[in-house]
Each structure stands twice: as C-alpha cells, then as structure tokens.
Design a protein around this ligand. Structure first.
Ligand code: ADP
Ligand code: MG
Ligand code: MG
Length: 914
C-alpha cells in the first residue's frame, strides 16, 4: 500500500507541521481539541514534493481517490454535496508550509460553484445577491490564482459594470450587476485560456491543488526562502488545505475578523483585533472596507463577543503561547479558521513572558526560551515612531542602531560648538577620522556618505551607542559650500534631519521617535536569565558614562576598557601628540607626566562606578600613528601655510614700503606675522617627518600592542601606574575594587614577563606606601595564533585570558578584515565557499578550535585560569553558545548587547541537552 497523502482535520497529527504545514497542523489540532473548525482535510507536503519531482503534470497516483474519499466524509458531516445542485458544498483551497511564507499561492474561496450549484446556493440562502457575489469572487480568484490570468482583465470588466451602474462602492452593486459581472468574467476566462470555465467541481479542485503545489517553486516563494535562509529541513513543500466554506457575508448577523489573544505591540493581556460585519475574509486583508476594533463586538454581538473571549482562553490554555487567529461568524455561529503563534515586538514578548509565567501558563524555562535574544536589542534604542508616515530621503548602511534627529553640521568643530549650546546635531561627513572624535561626543547621530559597517564612523558610533548611518552614497557632501545634495534636494547646514541606524534610512525633518524602555518586566526576565546562566556578562566600556549605562543593563563588570579612547579626548590629544613627537625618553616622560593624572582620574571614576565588579583595562594597543593626522592632510596643510607665508611676507613688504612713503596709517592691521607662520610650518614639517618615520606597510601587524610597550616602556609604565594608583585611591576610600591589567597582542611569555616586571615594580612601590597588598590581576589578550599555541606557558604568567576574536579571526584566516569585507567575502558567501562572515559569526571550526585548545592548555597549567571573550562576537548569541560549550567564564560586549548576551547565556545553559 502506498503512503497516505490526505488527512482529515480529525485525524491529522497537529505536531507534524513538516507533513501538514503550519496552517493544516493547527486546523487538525483545533478540530481535535473541540474548537469549532469547519470540516475539511489536508493534502500532505509529501504529495507536493512527489508532484514537483515527477516529469508529468499528473498528481501522484491515488491522490484524487483519497481526496474523493475525504470529501465524502465532509459531505456527511455537513449534510451537503460537492457539486450537488440542490445543496452544494463549497470549499476553500489554501496553501500552507511548515514556515509561514508570503509569496506562495493565494487562497481560493467558494470552490465548487458553477452555473448549477450557484442556483442551489441561491435557493438555499434565498439571497441572489450573495450567490452572485460569491460566484464572481470565485471566478476571479480561480482565474487569477489557478489559471494564471491577468487580474487586470477582470478589473476592467468589473469597472465597466460599476460605471454603467453609477456606483462607487462594491457594496452598492445589485444582484443583477453582480450577475452581469460573473458572466463577463466567464468570458474573460474563456478568451484567456481558449476553454470554457471548468464546471466540474472535482476538475476545479484538481487544477487548484496543482496550482498550490506549483506555487512552492514560484519565483516569489523561492526568493523568499533564499533571502531568509529557509532550508528544506525547516520547510519542504507546501500542503493544501481544503476547508468547508463558512460565510461571514450572510447579513448583519455575520462577520469575519482576525485577532491576537494579547496585544502584539504592548503585550497587554487583552484581546486585540479587528472585524467586519457582513464580509468575507479577504475583505479585511484587502482593506476595501475599514474594519472595526474588536472591542466594538461586545455592543454589536454580545454573545459572539463572549464566545470569542472563550476561544481566546482555550487557545492560550492549549498552545501556551500568544495566538494570532482568524474567525468567521455565520448567522450567529462562530468558526475558527486558523491559528498560529503571534508575532510580536520585543516589548510585547518580554511582557507576555513574565505575565504568562505568573499566570502559570508557562514556566521560567519557556519564558526565557520563547524570546530570541537578538530581539531584545530593539528595546534599548530609541526607535522611529511606528505610526509615523514618512518617506526616506536616502538609504545607507545600518551601521549603529537607534534613531536620532538633529540639525546637520558638516564638521566636528561645528558639532562641538552647536552641541555646547544644547542643540541636537547630526554630524554629516563624507567619512570620519580619529580627529573628529569630539564631534561624535557632541552629536546625536552620525551620517556618512562613504564607508562600510566597519568604517571609523560605524565602529566609534557603535562603541558610544550612538545611531549611525554609514555609506549613504546618494548623498553628496560639499563641506566648502556647507551643503549636501541628494538628487535635487539640498541639505544646508542647520537643516533638520532624522537618521535611523537600525534600517539605514535618512529622512528630512524631525521624525518622531519613541524612547528606549528598560521595563520592569525586562528586569525580571533578565534576572531569571542570570539565574539560569553559567557565563557572566561583562561590558566593553571606556568611560564612566558607558560603565554606568552598562551597569543599568546588568553588566557584572567591564571585560574591556580601551585606554586609547581616553587618549583621543580633545584636551588630551595635544599631550598625546607631544608624547609621540618626543625625540628623547626624557621628553616623552614629560608628556606622560601630564597624561598620568588624567588617566588615573579616568580609572578611578570607572572603578568607583563599577565597584565591587572587576574592571579589565587593556594597555595601549593601536599603532601610535593613528593619533597623528594623515600624511595627506599634513601635506595639504603645508601647501596652505607656504602660500600664506608668501602673502604675509608680501604684506610686510607692502607695510615697509608704505611707511617709507609716510602713509603707514592707511594700512589694514595684520592678523599674523611671518614668524608665527614660520613656526607653524616647522611644527607641521616635523610632524610630517614623524608620520613618515612611523609609516608601516601593515600597521595592524606592525608596531602596536605589547610591541609598543616594550619599545616605549615608559608609556606602559604610566598606564600601569595610573591603574594601580587609582586602585589605591579607591582602597583608601574603603571601596572594594578589582582592576585587571591586560596586555594586548602577546605572542610569547617573554613579553608578558617584561610587562609584569613593570607591574611588580610599581605595585611594590605603592604597596609599601599603602602598607598592604593591592587587589588586582594581571593577564593577557589572546588574539595571536601563537598565543593560542603557547597558552600553557602564557598561563604561568597570566591569571586570566581574554580572547580578542576580531584580531584572532584575522590572524587565523590571514584575512585583513577591511579588505576581506570590501573585496571578496561577499562573493565567498554567495558562492557558499564560506557560509558566514567570520567577523560577524564566530568561526567555530577554525578560530573556535584554537580557542578550545588555548582554554584546555591554559587550564592544565593553571586550573583557576579565568577565561573570557571581549571581541564583537561576545555579544552574538551563536558565539555565546559556543563560549558556553568550551567552558569560558565570561563574555564581554557593548552596553546595548548586554541584555541580548544575558538572555543568550541563559539559552546556552538551558539548551545544554537540547
Ligand atoms: P492567508 O494565509 O493569506 O491568511 P488563508 O488561507 O488563511 O490565507 O485565507 C485567506 C482568507 O480567507 C482568510 O481571511 C481566511 O479566514 C478566509 N478563509 C479561508 N478559508 C475559509 C473558509 N473555508 N471559509 C471562510 N473563510 C475562509
Ligand atoms: Mg490566514
Ligand atoms: Mg585586538
């Protein structure tokens, strides 16, 4: 016997969405728990695949026999006959795969109608208008969906009749008008297909089933699956649902609607939805008439309102999940036509999780697992008001999430000046550079017309948690004219714009935004997450302000503080430059002496905010040329200065000449003298020389990290001193602090030993002064392949390891991130040579393997070795699962990812065995 392909709603397995599709499985399930579903049956996805696999256009052998048998059962249940002219049974034919998927076939309603059954339907209902209205809908839908006839051909005829009847609304059409329309529609079909409209209901059904099956391979559906990575093991083939028609358009005691068991925007525990009186399902969707809010049903049909409330309770009690359902009321009887898990925004997911747990509908584990960690991120940024109706002016890359409005400024200085006045500004530049950093602080958001998701603007904005749209190539910035062009639109300095870093869209004017809310429910939920998780979540934070925010989001410490961010602040950059320009160790020390109190102050603030949680400070990492202007910039500046020098000289000559002539008084006063210009030129020329001297072919593999610390030990010493003195100051105040000093770019224990020597010397000195030991730890970044290989010997010197997976990924692949992402990675992904971008999704097989080895070897030497990750990956759920599996102690990520990471850490622990 061949495999069963058709299942009645009474027998299908509601859990088998793969076989029956989501819609079909739930129709079966609802039928079996006693909800009022019109009788029907499901044709399996296996039948679909068999049809698509065969070379002929025939349905699999035996399928139509099974269908006829099932139809008989439906006829018995309804007391009607499929094709019976006296008492016709009409059905809907609906597609539905395991994953809900737009782009597949539309539903055909009223199948089974023909010239004769129509008359029976009219006699039965005594309503001719209803009969012809159903008929013309069926012919059009069947023609369009099953026979592939252009919709416009039908619309044309429809409008002709509407015009000659002088009506504007469909509901104004009379029975005769609708009859006329039906007749014209039949002709349209005949002309388009060269055959009369199929009269035989079983022929109609067979054509419809084939059309549904074929729609699985339709372009829209295929594109959708590709776009959203829907693989065959998630959904393979579509089922066909054949369901007895019920009519919401049988008069004022009939209606149709859709509802959520709870509000999908807020999570409120209250029925939410819309309905239309005297209408069929598709009217609600098509927006032909404006539906009424479901609250109104209590006045219009009180008994029905009570039944729907009951239905709502039953659905939730059974599914333990918020449901999104369709219903139809036919002459006072309520039918449920579909249900599925409700799609909600993050706010609603969180609220319903907490409330359903309290109601006893779900347990904590379910409350945590039903929310996708990454969805939480949207709760933490201001968003565009979803009700705002606006069209974007330009599109860029969504580089740092959140929305912001402000007045456009074209450079960082202006941003700072305006920001000081308390104005909201958006910094708009072609691209940004390290020296623009003060403009970032002063701006609400950053917009660039060039650069990608890893451009300077994107990285810095993300670090600061400010919205950023990068690479909006449609915008042409002219800093000289202080305006930007987008097509014909001119944006002048001071104009208001809104950017949405979550979507990458740019709008003119101020678009209303809604503030982020870290709700009481989110706190409760994340509290449960922390209880379930084994990994600790820490923050990447560089300033006390960042730290404060991270704490609010639940960070249990700082896993990465990048000291170079502090170097970039406006009042410090000149001192940093002085330090870099120093030609002798003595000079360098003088500049460092000025930096020391600043850094100490920074650290002390950080420690105080975070106490008693640990704060991990990374010693200076980037190549120092990054703090200087570029060679190009300097050369440009010099050109101007040389010209200025000539002009000034000319002015001086002129002045001399005039005074000889006794006319000195009539000269304009000169703003600069040639000495000043000369001095500026010398400064810039020296700087240019320095920049050239510091030039490296591969700066990221060059003189940076601990390599700098070894060539310029006084820099590291200053930083170490600042950390330990800050700790000492806190200690004196009676605060419990746990600083951790970590060394970047280490490849051998010898480097660590060198830096440790400084640490030991400075700490001994301070401890002598203090009279007791300071509480701190010394450890290393693991971001070089050799560091993984030498993990055992590094662990002898380091109390902790902190994986920097951005560098480690570059090093493992030998890819430079920027070049890879701009040149070949997209193609690699497209061709399937690499499945993901390893800089976004941690490469478990390669980079992960190295991490695993490093953890094992490190702990063999030092069993209590603390291990964490502080790269961007530390905030990504899949990577967090991996970190959990290989036994890391903590993950560290930027503040807005912290809630995501807390939930992901809980998922990792809860899913250990699933
Ligand atoms: P979609 O997946 O687009 O929602 P459906 O198959 O659920 O497609 O159907 C589209 C519309 O037709 C819905 O409003 C649905 O309630 C309605 N509908 C489907 N089957 C029937 C039926 N047997 N009787 C009445 N209305 C139906
Ligand atoms: Mg539906
Ligand atoms: Mg690094």
């Amino acid at each position: 016997m061949s495999k069963k392909m058709v299942f009645s709603f009474k027998e299908g397995d509601g859990r088998n969405k793969h076989l029956l599709g989501g819609k079909g499985a739930n129709l079966c399930e609802m039928t079996q728990i006693g909800l009022n579903v019109p009788p029907g049956f499901v044709i399996s996805t296996e039948a679909c695949l068999a049809y698509l696999d065969s070379d002929s256009d025939e349905l699999p052998a035996g399928l139509m026999d099974e269908v006829r048998e099932q139809m008989k059962a439906v006829e018995e249940a309804t007391g009607k006959g499929f094709g019976d002219p006296e008492n016709p049974l009409l059905v809907s034919v609906r597609s539905g795969s395991a994953m809900s998927m737009p782009g597949m076939m539309d539903t055909i309603l009223n199948l089974g109608l023909n010239d004769r059954t129509l008359q029976g339907e009219i006699r039965q209902t005594g309503d001719e208008r209803f009969g012809y209205d159903s008929y013309r809908r069926f012919i059009q839908l069947f023609g369009k969906v099953a026979l592939g006839i252009d919709d416009e051909l039908f619309d044309e005829e429809f409008n002709k009749v509407k015009e000659s009847a002088h009506v504007t609304e469909d509901v104004g059409l009379s029975a005769d008008d609708l009859k006329e329309i039906s007749q014209r529609f039949l002709k349209v079909v005949e002309q388009a297909t060269g055959k009369p409209f199929p009269e035989d209901p079983y022929e109609q059904l067979e054509i419809a089933v084939k059309a549904v099956f074929r729609s699985w391979m339709g372009k829209r559906a295929v594109d959708y699956r590709r776009e959203f990575n829907i693989t065959p093991d998630m959904a393979n083939g579509t089922a066909v649902n054949v369901c007895t028609m019920v009519f919401g358009n049988r008069g004022n005691d009939s209606a149709t609607g859709v509802a959520f068991t709870r509000n999908p925007a807020t999570g409120e525990n209250k029925l939410y939805g819309e309905y239309l009186v005297n209408a069929q399902g598709e009217d609600v969707v098509a927006g032909i008439r404006t539906p009424k809010p479901i609250d109104r049903l209590a006045d219009e049909m009180p008994r029905m309102a009570r039944e729907i409330e009951e239905l709502r309770q039953k659905l939730e009690a059974h599914y333990h999940e918020v449901q999104d359902f369709e219903f139809t009321i036919e002459r006072g009887t309520l039918y449920c036509l579909q249900t599925r898990n409700g799609k909600m925004n993050a706010t609603a997911m969180v609220r319903t999780s907490v409330e359903m747990e309290r109601e006893g509908l779900i347990d904590r584990r379910q409350a945590l697992l039903r929310i996708k960690p990454e969805d939480l991120e949207q709760m933490l940024y201001p968003r565009l008001d979803p009700n705002a109706r606006v069209t974007p002016l330009a599109q860029g890359l969504p580089a740092s999430p959140g929305a912001a409005s402000g007045h456009v400024v074209f450079d960082a200085d202006r941003a700072e000046a305006e920001g000081r006045k308390g104005r909201d500004v958006i910094l708009l530049r072609e691209e940004t550079k390290p020296e623009d950093i003060h403009g970032f602080f002063a701006s609400r958001g950053i917009l660039t017309s060039r650069g990608g998701k890893t451009s300077h603007a994107a990285v810095v904005a993300r670090g600061m948690g400010k919205p950023c749209v990068a690479g909006a190539e449609g915008i042409h910035v002219d800093v000289m004219l202080r305006e930007a062009l987008v097509g014909d639109t001119v944006i002048r300095e001071g104009d208001l714009i809104t950017i949405d870093g979550t979507s990458g869209k740019v709008y003119l004017g101020r678009v209303p935004t809604v503030e982020a809310d870290f709700s009481a429910e989110l706190n409760i939920l994340l509290g449960w997450a922390d209880e379930a998780a084994r990994l600790t979540v820490m923050a990447n934070a560089d300033t006390a302000v960042d730290a404060d925010r991270a704490l609010k989001y639940g960070a249990r410490g700082i896993g990465l503080c990048r000291t170079e961010r502090m170097f970039n602040a406006v009042e410090r950059l000149p001192v940093v430059i002085e330090m870099i320009m120093a030609e002798t160790a003595e000079h360098r020390r003088q500049a460092l002496d000025k930096l020391l109190p600043m850094q100490r102050q920074d650290f002390q603030e950080l420690f105080e905010v975070m106490a008693p949680h640990p704060v991990t400070i990374r010693l200076l990492d980037p190549p120092i040329h990054e703090f200087l202007p570029s060679e190009e910039q300097l050369r440009d500046d010099l050109q101007y200065l040389y010209r200025l020098k000539e002009s000034v000289r000319g002015m001086e000559v002129l002045a001399g000449t005039m005074s000889l002539l006794g006319e000195a008084g009539s000269l304009p006063e000169q703003p600069v003298d040639s000495h000043q210009v000369e001095e500026a030129i010398i400064k810039k020329e020296t700087m240019l020389k320095k920049v050239r001297a510091l030039y490296e072919t591969n700066p990221m593999l060059g003189h940076r990290g601990v390599r700098l610390g070894i060539t310029f030990p006084e820099i590291y010493e200053m930083q170490i001193r600042a950390v330990l003195e800050a700790a000492m100051a806190c200690d004196r105040k009676g605060l419990e602090v746990h600083p951790k000093i970590k060394v970047p770019q280490v490849c051998t224990a010898q480097e660590l030993l060198f830096v440790k020597g400084i640490v030991d010397r400075v700490s001994a000195e301070l401890e002598a002064e203090l009279g007791h030991r300071l509480c701190f730890q010394f450890g290393t970044m693991i971001e070089v392949v050799r560091a993984c290989m030498r993990a055992d010997s590094l662990a002898e010197e380091a109390a902790f390891f902190s994986f920097g997976t951005n560098d480690l990924t570059q090093a493992t692949f030998s890819f430079s991130r920027e070049d890879a992402e701009n040149k070949f990675l997209p193609l690699y992904n497209e061709r399937g040579i690499l499945q993901n971008n390893p800089f976004d999704v941690l490469d478990e097989k390669g980079v992960g393997k190295l991490m695993q080895l490093a953890v094992r070897w490190g702990r063999e030497k030092r069993p209590d070795l603390l291990v964490g990750i502080c790269g961007e990956h530390g905030g990504h759920p899949a990577s967090i699962h991996f970190c959990h599996r290989i036994g890391l102690d903590y993950v560290s990520c930027s503040a807005p990812r912290i809630p995501v990471a807390r939930l992901a850490a809980a998922h990792a622990a809860l899913c250990e065995d699933c």
